[in-house]
Ligand binder design. Sequence first.
Ligand code: ZN
Length: 108
Amino acid sequence: MHVRPWQEYKRLRNVAVLWIAAFATLPLFIAYISTQIVGSVVPGFVLALITMAGAVFSVWQLITWPCPRCGEVFGVPLWSRCRHCGLLKGQAPDLCLAKTPSGRFLNG
Ligand SMILES: [Zn+2]
């Protein structure tokens, strides 16, 4: 039952990676091709704007993804746990985590 939110998280992460890869490669390639064919880099420039917008939007979706347990923003994709409730990536949202008085998580 806890798999679906993490599948959604992985899907968003993969989409963001694809947009970033597209932004890093396709505009230069298309600009080179269009220079050869029509003598203009405008198609590459337009594609750069489109892929940049896609990359920004998909990364924004990923970094504002709500934690399946507490509903707050999960946090930076490099972090392995929610910065609000400590839920680990891939962990069942209903699993209870105990915190020590100093704020550290007992299972981490
Ligand atoms: Zn959380």
